[in-house]
Design a protein. Structure first.
Length: 82
C-alpha cells in the first residue's frame, strides 16, 4: 500500500507550514524537525487537531501501515485530548 507524502521544505516558520497544510485536510501532518531527527521520533497532528509528540519512528511506520492495510476511514493514531 502506498502513502501520499508532501514535504514542505520552504523557509516558512513551522506554524505557517502547519496552517498552510491543514487547508488540504490530510489525515495526519507529520512533523519532523531537528529534535525529532535527533531522537528518531515523529510528532503528529490529526485532521481533527489532536496532536501527539515523540512517537518512535519505528512504531509510527508500523501503526500507519496497519491503518492503511485495514483501510481505516477515521485516522486513529492520535488519541483525542481529554
Amino acid at each position: 500500500a502506498g502513502v501520499r507524502v508532501e514535504v514542505d521544505d520552504s523557509d516558512n516558520n513551522i506554524m505557517k507550514k502547519i496552517r498552510n497544510h491543514r487547508k488540504l485536510q490530510p489525515a495526519y501532518l507529520v512533523i519532523l524537525g531537528d529534535e525529532e531527527i535527533q531522537s528518531n521520533t515523529v510528532s503528529l497532528r490529526a485532521r481533527n487537531g489532536d496532536q501527539i509528540a515523540g512517537i518512535p519512528l519505528e512504531q509510527f511506520v508500523k501503526d500507519i501501515s496497519l491503518e492503511i492495510s485495514e483501510k481505516v476511514s477515521q485516522p486513529s493514531l492520535v488519541p483525542p485530548e481529554p
